[in-house]
Design a protein around this ligand. Structure first.
Ligand code: ATP
Length: 443
C-alpha cells in the first residue's frame, strides 16, 4: 500500500481515540491553537525531548543546559526586534469579518470563506501581551516569550562568569513558546502555545571558515537527530531560505521541511544569527556581553548559530510517519510503526486469561520486574487477546508479552518460564525466556 491513505482526519482521530492529543479546553468548545497531550502523547513527546537533551546536552562537553523564565523583561523583546518586527500580514474580510494571514492566501482580494471583499493587509504582532503585577499600565507590560532563545542570550554573561567556557560552546533549552498566530491550523502544526528545543551556539567570528564548518556540522546533527527518532529520510527536505524570507536577525538560514499529510512544511530551522542578539542586548541593557579571548588577548562579541526544533511538529511528523495500515490475517489493521526509541510503551504484558489468579500473579511478577528496568511497560488484561493486540498496535507498542499456562510449567519443563512475544510489525509470535525479555525490549 502507498502512504497516500495517511490523512490528517485519521491521525487526529487516532490521537483522540488512543489518548495522544486532545483539543485544548474541549468541553468548552475548544480554544483555537491549543492542544492537550494525553497519557500516550506525553510519553511520546517526553521520549523525543529526552533523546534530544541526551544527544545535544548530556553527551557533549560544549553545551550548557538551561531552563529560563517564560515571562521576561519587555526590553528583551525590544532589543531582539520582536516588538517592532515580529508580525505577520493580517487581512480582514469586509463582509464576514473573519481574519486571515495575507501571505497564506492564493487570492488576496476575495475571502476564502464567504467570497466577500478583503480589506487592506496590516502588520499584526504575534506576541501575547500581558501585565505583570497589580497595575495594568504601559509600564507593567510583558510578553509571553515567542521563542526560547531570548532566555539564553540574557544569560550569556552568567555562563561566561560561572563556567569560563572557551569558544565554541552552546547553550540549550527546551520550553514553551507562544505566538498569537492569525490562523492556527493543521492540527498541532501551527499552534498558539507550543514547545521548542533550541540551541544558541557561539563561535569566533574571526575565523569564517570554521564558522561555516560549524554551521554544516550543526545541520548534520539535526539530520542525525531526525534519523534517531525514526523519520523517513525521503520525506525530509533541505531548503536554503532566500534573503527575502529570512528572519530579521539571520544572515543565512537553512530550514528543514517534512512531507506532512497536508504538504511539505517547515519542521526545523538553522539560522546564522551573527552577533545580532548579543550586540542588541549589550546596547539595550548597557551590560557588556563580549568575550575575552585569552590566547589572542582580544575582546569581541561572539557570533551565534541557532538550530531550532519544534517539539510539537516533531511529534506530528513522527505520528504521521509511523501511521500504517496493512492487511494482517485477512483483516485491515492500523498501527503506529514507531521506532523503539520514541514508542510511548515499549512492551505490554498480558495474562492470557484475566480470571486465573495463578496466570495473573505470574504476569504481574514479569510486568513489575520489567517495569523496574524499563518504566514504559504497560499492563493490559482488558478484553480478549485480539483486542489487546489491536489496542497496542494503535499506540505503537513494539512487542506484546503473554503469560500462559506453559509459562507456569503446565506444558512441560522446556516451556516453563518462557512467554509468547508478539511482534507489532509482522504479527509473528515466538517463545522467549523471561530472563531474555529485557534484551528484547530495551530501546
Ligand atoms: P512558520 O514559518 O511555519 O511560521 P517560523 O519560521 O516562524 O515558522 P521559527 O521562528 O523558525 O518558525 O521557529 C522555530 C521552530 O518553532 C519552527 O521550526 C517550528 O518547528 C516551531 N514553530 C514555530 N511556530 C510554531 C507554531 N505556531 N506551532 C508549532 N510550532 C511552531
Amino acid at each position: 500500500m502507498s502512504s497516500e491513505y495517511v490523512t490528517m482526519e485519521k491521525i487526529v482521530s487516532l490521537c483522540k481515540r488512543r489518548g495522544f492529543i486532545y483539543q485544548g479546553s474541549e468541553i468548552y468548545g475548544g480554544l483555537a491553537g491549543t492542544w492537550d497531550y494525553g497519557p500516550m502523547g506525553v510519553e511520546l513527546k517526553n521520549n523525543i525531548k529526552n533523546l534530544w537533551w541526551k544527544m545535544f546536552v548530556q553527551e557533549r562537553d560544549d553545551m550548557y543546559g538551561m531552563d529560563t523564565a517564560i515571562l521576561m523583561h519587555p526590553k528583551v523583546w525590544e532589543a531582539s526586534g520582536h516588538v517592532s518586527g515580529f508580525s505577520d500580514p493580517l487581512v480582514e474580510c469586509t463582509k464576514c469579518k473573519k481574519r486571515f494571514r495575507a501571505d497564506h492566501l492564493e487570492n488576496k482580494e476575495k475571502c476564502p470563506e464567504c467570497g466577500g471583499k478583503l480589506g487592506e493587509a496590516r502588520q499584526f504582532n504575534m506576541m501575547f501581551k500581558t501585565h505583570v503585577g497589580a497595575t495594568e499600565d504601559a509600564a507593567s507590560v510583558s510578553y509571553l516569550r515567542p521563542e526560547t532563545a531570548g532566555g539564553m542570550f540574557v544569560n550569556f554573561k552568567n555562563i561566561l562568569d560561572t563556567f569560563h567556557p572557551k569558544l565554541p560552546f552552546g547553550m540549550a533549552q527546551i520550553g514553551k513558546a507562544f505566538r498569537n498566530e492569525i490562523a492556527p491550523r493543521d492540527f498541532t502544526f501551527r499552534s498558539r502555545e507550543f514547545e521548542q528545543m533550541e540551541i544558541e551556539y557561539f563561535v569566533d567570528p574571526r575565523d569564517e571558515k570554521s564558522v561555516n564548518a560549524k554551521f554544516e556540522e550543526l545541520y548534520g546533527q539535526q539530520m542525525d537527530f531526525l534519523k534517531k527518532i525514526g523519520l523517513s529520510e525521503n520525506k525530509i527536505h533541505k531548503i536554503d531560505v532566500p534573503d527575502s524570507d529570512r528572519a530579521h536577525y539571520s544572515k543565512r538560514s537553512v530550514d528543514t521541511e517534512y512531507d506532512f499529510p497536508f504538504g511539505q512544511k517547515e519542521l526545523l530551522g538553522l539560522a546564522y544569527r551573527t552577533d545580532f542578539d548579543l550586540k542588541a542586548h549589550t546596547a539595550m541593557s548597557t551590560v557588556d556581553l563580549s568575550y575575552y579571548d585569552e590566547g589572542g588577548k582580544e575582546r569581541f562579541i561572539p557570533h551565534c548559530i541557532e538550530p531550532t526544533f519544534g517539539v510539537d511538529r516533531l511529534v506530528l511528523a513522527v505520528l504521521s510517519d509511523a501511521y500504517t495500515e496493512d492487511d494482517l490475517g485477512g483483516e485491515v489493521r492500523t498501527y503506529l510503526k514507531f521506532d523503539k526509541s520514541v514508542a510511548p510503551v515499549k512492551a505490554a504484558v498480558f495474562p492470557l486469561l484475566k480470571n486465573k489468579p495463578e496466570l495473573v500473579a505470574k504476569a504481574r511478577e514479569v510486568y513489575l520486574a520489567l517495569k523496574k528496568e524499563i518504566p514504559q511497560i504497560m499492563w493490559d488484561d482488558n478484553g480478549n487477546i485480539g483486542k489487546r493486540y489491536r489496542r497496542q498496535d494503535e499506540i505503537g507498542t513494539p512487542v506484546c508479552i503473554t503469560i500462559d499456562f506453559d509459562t507456569l510449567g503446565e506444558g512441560g519443563d522446556e516451556k516453563k518460564d518462557t512467554v509468547t512475544v508478539r511482534n507489532r510489525d509482522t504479527g509473528e509470535q515466538e517463545r522467549v525466556a523471561i530472563s531474555e525479555l529485557n534484551k528484547y525490549i530495551a530501546p
